[in-house]
Design a protein around this ligand. Structure first.
Ligand code: SF4
Length: 722
């Protein structure tokens, strides 16, 4: 029940601005806030920046690149947290168009990090008059930034609450900032929680009001510690209010072309989703059954790819738990795929809200696979409780579950013991210990102080303080560039290993997801095929983040005849949907584009991001190294669990006869072979991308892409002399 609350907060700064007007998907304005100086101002977006970097992640990368120096650390005031929209963002005639892109230096990787998240924030920001919100500096006390989009008024006020955990905090903020019950749908809030204060794994929750349930819902900008940066700046929340969204709030150049694409996709979703992935029924968690049946579900810290208990968390179970047929499950208006499900009235059994019945948003595949499979807790109640608390505390379910899975393996190998963990028995499958550790991470208590640092820093402490074997930890600690892996076993997919290892921000599947094409369908057998797929799909997926789109309606639904009309990699591109995207871009901006030009738009941003990594001291071949567990079996137990498969490869691919050999001998030979394969793949991918043999874009490449700005050229030259 809505109860209007007074706004009694101390206002620190207030400003009335004349925001931009939306024209063909853009406002060409950015809103800049400096929290150290309490400064609020409008800034223009340079036309050349618009031309070269398109929008969304492209804008965010460019302005962050300008704001920081090679010495800037994630918790320095000059680091920015940028929220950006894209030209297609906010369209209501096509599914999946409401994404916000969040860009910042990451506490985990030390370099540029990007996230793509649902909720209503970005469309409201753009319709309020800004393509981008850029926040720099640090406040002295917890603050709430309020953007009244219809009035152009921006205020910075002290937070009305000390407890900023998302679940109750955003309800309270809505009651402060909405005028009445009906106004709740006009509010979107960015929030986090105490877990982001106390760990490197902080996330942002972005809300929308579910008019069906009459409750606030959230989606997460989850990877790389974005929420940790947010809280380091002492932002308790950002609230935006905008009223008046309509079918042409983007002032599109050709609305008919946009509608044509929208009608085609909507028809497919309504006619085919229940026959394909059932996104409208359970969402991404449907993947769990596929991963289990193809031996790709991470089990016990990625040791294995399946488990007999996976049946306890299979898709059917989630179909019963998730509340069905909810029209509010669209994280932006007009998304017919509406995959943002929730479990209503889940009673919490632990933690500060114990006994309360809550709405759990999700679970997504990654969350279920991480806690059930990787940590060995095959219990839907555990998954929901862990999911809820991670969201509420503002912590990344992928980072948390992958870190705990690593610590569980350390515990089972006596690297950790009860003395070090403060009594927690961190065996795989111990649900009570897992939940207790989540609470300790969020509050920085007990062993949570170490776990909350993430795998890279936990490894260092275990080596330095507890004498752990560094080589073993390097092999089993599933992180690359400092970020934890998302939830796929990649041992049998060289292309997916490369997709993870060569992703700019770290091992997250949103840049490349090739495991099915490579391992299951064997459609990209050679190094050249794999390199071509890694190049194309990383660029195509980047494009969604330039324009404000959700990736899921691209290939989680496809035309009925897609696989009959097209074969192999061509089918995986879903050409009819690529055509939809060309229509969408042209329909909104008025600029006709070809599929090749979409790739060119992405290639500019992708290369800038790689050079950004170089600027921050990373971005070369050695930073694309992945732990051996991502490539092959580390332990005898792992080898022997899939002995037939590994022996076959030794015989057929390596030319080594495994008969009569010990497991240790076979492990070593296989390792040499697989590590060499990975390096050869890096060679092929760098070559295909126009990068040097050390993985840095060449001068020729950046000139061709027209991103040869003086500071970019200087970085490339410096890297090539090293
Ligand atoms: S497909 Fe799902 S995640 Fe994507 S916009 Fe629609 S509801 Fe949101």
């Amino acid at each position: 029940m809505f109860e209007k609350k007074e706004n009694n907060q101390n206002c620190l700064a207030s400003c009335e601005l004349v925001p931009g007007k939306v024209e063909k998907g853009y406002t060409d304005q950015r809103l800049y806030i400096n929290l150290t100086e309490n400064k609020i101002e409008n800034k223009p977006i340079d036309l050349q920046v618009k031309e070269i970097f398109t929008g969304g992640r492209g804008y965010g990368m460019w302005y962050l690149f300008q704001a920081v120096t090679p010495d800037t650390k994630w918790n320095d005031p000059e680091n920015e947290i940028i929220f950006s929209t894209g030209p297609i963002c906010g369209v209501t005639q096509y599914s999946g168009t409401g994404k916000t892109h969040v860009i910042s230096l990451s506490p985990e990787t030390g370099s540029a990090n990007d996230n793509n998240v649902g909720g209503y924030f970005a469309p409201y920001l753009k319709f309020s008059g800004w393509d981008l919100l850029e926040i720099q500096g640090k406040a002295e006390k917890d603050v709430v930034i309020f953007i009244d989009g219809n009035k152009g008024k921006v205020t910075i006020s002290e937070s009305p609450e000390r407890n900023i955990d998302t679940y109750h905090f955003i309800d309270k903020l809505t009651e402060i900032y909405a005028d009445d019950e009906k106004d709740r749908k006009n509010i979107s809030i960015v929030s986090s929680g105490r877990g982001a204060d106390n760990t490197n794994l902080g996330i942002l929750n972005i809300s929308w009001f579910d008019t069906h349930r009459k409750k606030l819902r959230i989606k997460q900008a989850g990877r790389g510690g974005t929420g940790t940066v947010f809280r380091d700046k002492k932002i308790a929340a950002i609230v935006i209010k905008y009223q008046g969204v309509n079918a042409n709030s983007n002032y599109m150049a050709n609305p008919e072309l946009v509608s044509k694409a929208g009608h085609r996709l909507t028809k497919e979703i309504l006619g085919l989703d229940h026959l394909q992935n059932g996104m409208r029924e359970t969402g991404t968690v449907n993947l769990l059954d596929h991963m289990q049946s193809h031996d790709c579900l991470p089990v016990h810290n990625y040791k294995f790819g399946s488990h007999t208990d996976a049946i306890k968390v299979e898709n059917k179970v989630w179909h019963e738990r998730v509340t069905q047929n909810q029209s509010g499950d669209s994280c932006w208006l007009g998304c017919v795929l509406r995959c943002s499900h929730g479990v209503d009235d889940f009673e919490l059994s632990t933690g500060p809200l114990k006994g309360e019945k809550v709405l759990v948003d999700g679970p997504e595949y990654e969350t279920a696979a991480g806690f059930a499979g990787n940590c060995g807790c095959f219990d839907p109640d555990l998954v929901l409780e862990a999911n809820f608390y991670c969201d509420n505390y503002g912590m990344d379910t992928i980072g948390v579950s992958t870190t705990i899975a690593f610590l569980m393996e350390c515990y089972e190998n006596n690297i950790l013991n009860k003395e070090i963990t403060g009594g927690l028995e961190l065996n795989f499958g111990n649900s009570a210990a897992l939940l207790e550790l989540i609470h300790q991470m969020a509050t920085k208590e007990g062993f949570g102080k170490i776990a909350g640092l993430g795998i890279r820093q936990a490894k260092r402490i275990l080596i330095e303080k507890y004498g752990a074997d560094g080589n073993f930890l390097q092999d089993i600690g599933m992180e690359c560039k400092g970020m934890e892996f998302s939830e796929y076993v990649t041992k049998e997919s060289l292309a997916q290993q490369g997709g993870y290892g060569m992703a700019n921000k770290g091992p997250q599947h949103d840049e490349n997801w090739l495991i099915f094409m490579d391992q299951v369908n064997n459609q990209i057998p050679t190094f050249e095929d794999k390199a071509a797929a890694i190049r194309y799909f990383s660029l195509f997926r980047t494009w969604f983040s330039l324009v404000g789109l959700c990736k899921l309606p691209w290939n989680d639904i496809e035309p009925a005849d897609n696989k009959k009309t097209y074969q192999g990699m061509q089918a995986a591109k879903v050409p009819e949907h690529v055509e939809n995207y060309c229509w969408l871009f042209e329909g909104v901006t008025g600029k006709p584009v070809t599929p090749e030009e979409l790739i060119l738009q992405s290639e500019r941003v992708h290369n800038l991001q790689r050079i950004f990594n170089v600027k921050m001291g990373f971005g070369t071949r050695k930073h694309d190294a992945i732990p051996y567990r991502a490539m092959g079996p580390v332990t005898a137990e792992e080898y022997e669990s899939r002995e037939e498969r590994f022996d076959k490869q030794l015989k057929e691919s390596v030319g080594y006869n495994p008969e009569g050999k010990t497991t240790e001998e076979k492990l070593e030979i296989l390792r040499t072979y697989r590590e060499d394969q990975y390096q050869k793949l890096c060679d092929a991918v760098y070559n295909r991308r126009g990068w040097s043999s050390d993985g840095v874009p060449t001068l020729e490449t950046i000139k061709k892409l027209k991103i040869d700005f003086p500071e970019v050229v200087e970085l490339v030259k410096k890297a090539s002399n090293q």
